[in-house]
Design a protein around this ligand. Sequence first.
Ligand SMILES: NC(=O)C1=CN([C@@H]2O[C@H](COP(=O)(O)OP(=O)(O)OC[C@H]3O[C@@H](n4cnc5c(N)ncnc54)[C@H](OP(=O)(O)O)[C@@H]3O)[C@@H](O)[C@H]2O)C=CC1
Ligand SMILES: Nc1nc(O)c(N)c(N[C@@H]2O[C@H](COP(=O)(O)O)[C@@H](O)[C@H]2O)n1
Length: 222
Amino acid sequence: MRPYVLINSAMSADGKISSFLRRQVRISGSEDLLRVERLRAESDAVMVGLGTVIADDPTLRVKSEALRSWRLERGVPENPLRIVADSRARTPPEARVLGPGCIVAVSRYAPEDRLKELSERCEIAICGEDRVDLRELLEMLYRRGVRRLMVEGGGTLNWSLIEQGLVDEICVFVGPMVIGGQDAPTLVDGRGFPENFQRLELESAERIDDGLLLKWRVVRSA
Ligand SMILES: NC(=O)C1=CN([C@@H]2O[C@H](COP(=O)(O)OP(=O)(O)OC[C@H]3O[C@@H](n4cnc5c(N)ncnc54)[C@H](OP(=O)(O)O)[C@@H]3O)[C@@H](O)[C@H]2O)C=CC1
Ligand SMILES: Nc1nc(O)c(N)c(N[C@@H]2O[C@H](COP(=O)(O)O)[C@@H](O)[C@H]2O)n1
């Protein structure tokens, strides 16, 4: 058993989630950021890959005091669990995502000294031989009570999850800009499907913040 998995992302009109500099680009408008904040608050855990930690240094916490109180009233911690997929335990010790409530998922390939240092700042979960085994990780999270997992990118992690059939829903805010660049990260990177592309079913399309919020359901092949 695994949690319900929702990818949330913001991309430019040309499908980029950042520029070729791979630094955080503000694509969402204020209304979309509020929506993302609510999605975080409604999730049991929020996950990113190491690439996003290095590029964006996200907190992955719920910033709104009202939403944190809303969670507490429901008997859950102020913030969802924060998960980083990081096969070789390269998360910088000063990364803002670390601290109580953070799990760094590593592979058995992760060096002992890095694990020792990181384990002072977060919980470590070992899943997979040379790369984080995402299915194993999701099953472990389910056993720990995670029923709804929000994935906040980037394109490499999104690809692995989609390729392995581990995603249920994709929410994308398409912002009013062109970023361009053949090396700029896109919503889904990785190797890509040569054929038999992952099919999606459009659930809704809504105009917000001078952009478009698209919600897609991932179609399971029979
Ligand atoms: N606009 C938006 O909504 C968002 C934009 N971004 C942007 O995306 C860019 C970062 O993208 P990207 O580098 O792809 O980052 P990811 O967050 O996808 O992290 C990728 C890394 O995760 C690690 N990882 C561990 N296990 C796996 C696995 N099974 N499958 C895939 N990856 C795994 C890998 O490192 P290792 O092999 O060492 O484990 C991999 O290099 C930045 O520019 C950031 O600003 C990011 C999030 C949202
Ligand atoms: N929804 C959304 N819109 C954008 O324009 C973005 N650049 C991102 N990036 C994601 O948001 C995370 C920031 O997290 P914190 O607010 O610092 O906790 C970042 O890591 C990306 O996942 N998202």
